[in-house]
Design a protein. Structure first.
Length: 163
């Protein structure tokens, strides 16, 4: 029989107990505080929708969506290219179906171009969405891949809805 404290037998090994060496308060409370803290933009990948997609639509079309488990500021990164067109394609970030001013970008390059934007004002449960369209003729296409969200720290508190 091992150690008994207040009528309960302690079954943890010495090695397991050493993992909590120096802990001065409730572990679950500390973990909860970490998980409930807001995101801050950073370099830690917390979600990715990497599938390559394309459209020839001249209307904005939702192509990617990631639901956030926490609020705050996130770094949004993606790659896009435009094929067979003489004008730029358009890509925009939306929050819950509403365009976020200042996030409109485009390229006329036939090779992939990287875009990165830090966007604040997110709340837990918000949908971070990428919309795109072509501005060209009937044979032009815009492509997107590797739609990713980064933060400074934290667990993967997100859900990829549309890859």
């Amino acid at each position: 029989m091992g150690i008994i404290i207040d009528g309960t037998e302690v079954t943890a090994t010495a090695a397991e107990l050493n993992y909590v060496d120096g802990v001065s308060s409730d572990i679950q409370t500390q973990l909860g505080a970490i998980q409930s803290a807001d995101f801050t933009a950073g370099t830690l990948l917390i979600a990715s929708a990497d599938t390559e997609r394309s459209t020839g639509s001249t209307d904005l079309v939702k192509v990617k969506e990631i639901t956030l488990g926490r609020g705050g500021t996130i770094r949004i990164n993606w790659w896009h290219k435009y094929i067979n067109g003489s004008r730029e394609d358009r890509h925009r970030i939306y929050r819950n179906g509403a365009y976020i001013a200042g996030t409109d970008v485009g390229t006329s390059s036939g090779t992939y171009t990287e875009e990165t934007q830090d966007v604040s004002g997110w709340s837990a449960g918000d949908a971070c969405q990428l919309y795109y369209k072509t501005n060209g003729n009937g044979s032009s296409e815009t492509w997107v891949k590797e739609f990713r969200i980064y933060a400074a720290s934290g667990c993967n508190a997100t859900t990829v809805v549309t890859d």
